[in-house]
Design a protein around this ligand. Sequence first.
Ligand SMILES: Cc1cc2nc3c(=O)[nH]c(=O)nc-3n(C[C@H](O)[C@H](O)[C@H](O)COP(=O)(O)O)c2cc1C
Length: 321
Amino acid sequence: MFETIITKMLGIKYPIIGGTMMSITDADFTAAISNAGGMGILASILYQTKDEFAAAIDRIRELTDKPFAVNLNFFPAQFPVSQSEYTEVMIDKGAKVVETSGHGAPPEELCKRFKETEMIWIHKCTGLRHALKAQSLGADIVTVVGYEMGGATGKYDLGTLAVVPTVAKGISVPVVGGGGVVDGRGLVAVLSLGAEGVIIGTRLLVTQECPIHESLKQALINATELDTMIIMKTIATHRVWINNAATRCAEIEASGAGFEEILNIVSGDNAKKVYFEGNLDAGIVPCGQGIGQVHDIPTVKDLFDGIIAQATEVVTGLAKS
Ligand SMILES: Cc1cc2nc3c(=O)[nH]c(=O)nc-3n(C[C@H](O)[C@H](O)[C@H](O)COP(=O)(O)O)c2cc1C
């Protein structure tokens, strides 16, 4: 029932893409998502050298024979890497699917390289204008995420219900939609809006295989739909879990703080203290509004199987009513 253009193009069992999560979607977690029937996306920005990046691709291949993707990051980064060099590593390693995300589309030269090497290129964005641009540069798939999402929400502040159908109608390449999807009901909703697949980030934080600290998983389970907030409007708007770091960031932004001061709070090093040491107020944690519906810590496989089972039930129920 849930075979779509996306599952066929990517060769995956379920129309579920695991969203890139900086510091979190490493080789092992990416492979776990792919092994569970979705498509995992390796966050290449995690690796500061080409050799480490190449080794991460090898590691995924040791762990799974299923398709996976690699994200090239075009957001401002504390420790940027060369996207063209990393693309060549992907080509050498035979990695077939590239996802780009960030402020704007990748440089044209890079897009040409994706095309001439026959990679499947997915571009992630938050609105129609960027989707059209990516399509004009040759993107094979466009992912669009609504304002409910965890992470960088973009400039349009458009909810998933508004942005997914707009983009699905406005471009001709297949669309993956997300922002707030945590279960089978969300999957059906997003497919019914014209998408051919969903992207899920926040829900995957609270799974057995996700490498974050147990106390963060427990805190997220206890969070409600009211426990996220928007910060960093002046740099790159982000939806995050409300903790001391997030509220401090909002306070200093309101009093006119500049980039350096904000970075002191939102740096990747601080975030890692939350993720991996369980120091819950040390930094920010991107988190979507869907967290309010997350109440357990399943394996990724159980999560995805459950999403598909619930989606099947929903569709069957709607057909009967
Ligand atoms: C903890 C976390 C980190 C994220 N990091 C990135 C990132 O580095 N790059 C990126 O393109 N998207 C990032 N995202 C966004 C996800 O890839 C995905 O688009 C989003 O989570 C989907 O919405 P949802 O959170 O409502 O499921 C992140 C999301 C979360 C929750």
